[in-house]
Design a protein around this ligand. Structure first.
Ligand SMILES: [Zn+2]
Length: 250
């Protein structure tokens, strides 16, 4: 078992399932899940909810930063088990349904091939495959949200546009000064295992230039903690983190 749950701020919990993070937001007995891990992460999600002293039925919503299979993950299973509503950006709906161009995980394979000489990259691919990455379960019944919306779920996340990694990728600014960045930036290069604030490898960014340009949308946001989809928390303001990312990933 590679699960680890940490409280990051009041009502904000990081759960690491292997190389992927997801987050539980808690307020007044209600729980929201931000990203849904791997396709096979339901047992980890259920255990993490119980660790908070809550029952799976308290999980009322799933909010996705994007619909890659290591973030869409077990959303369909969560919905089936708890009846939770799955929220996704309007521009990401087709991907969550498996209908977007390039939604298939096999679309990432050509870009990954040149990296596979690295044992760490091969290790990521094997790890991802073992967790169901290549056989995602799409979610048809989703509730779309728009940029700038404040979602009526625990943590009151405000939606910030960070397209590029996928066409409808968003980051979520929580009411308590925590920014969930998804894969707009990362604290762990999953292919090389290098740590520190950086961009995801270009092989995994659908549009690398747009991914870089979206960093500007994070600058100036009022937060002191950034929670990425991979790697540990980044204890910097978004402006400071973006400066580091630009220095590391020119
Ligand atoms: Zn991703």
């Amino acid at each position: 078992m590679t699960t680890r749950t940490d409280q990051i701020a009041p009502g904000v919990h990081l759960v690491a399932d292997g190389l992927v993070n997801f987050y539980l937001l808690e307020d007044g007995g209600e729980v929201a899940l931000v990203d849904a891990g791997w396709p096979r992460s339901w047992p980890t999600i259920e255990a993490a909810v119980r660790e908070l002293g809550r029952a799976p039925g308290d999980l009322k919503s799933v909010v996705l930063t994007h619909a890659h299979p290591d973030h869409l993950g077990a959303a369909a299973k969560v919905r089936e088990e708890t009846g939770a509503t799955v929220f996704v950006a309007r521009e990401e709906v087709a991907r969550a349904r498996g209908k977007a161009k390039g939604a298939s995980p096999f679309a990432l394979v050509p870009g990954l091939l040149p990296h596979l000489w690295r044992p760490s990259a091969t290790g990521f691919v094997l790890h991802a495959t073992a967790h169901g990455f290549m056989t995602p379960t799409w979610v048809d019944e989703v509730t779309p949200f728009d940029i700038g919306d404040e979602l009526d779920v625990p943590g009151r996340p405000r939606v910030v546009a960070t397209p590029g990694h996928t066409e409808g990728h968003v980051s979520l600014l929580l009411s308590g000064g925590v920014l969930i960045a998804g894969d707009a930036l990362t604290n762990l290069d999953v292919l090389t295992r290098e740590t520190g604030p950086r961009l995801m490898p270009d092989a995994l960014n659908g549009d690398p230039e747009r991914t870089r340009a979206s960093l500007a949308n994070l600058e100036g946001l009022d937060a002191d903690t950034i929670l990425p989809g991979h790697g540990g928390p980044i204890l910097l303001s978004p402006s400071e983190a973006v400066a580091r990312v630009r220095a590391t990933s020119p």
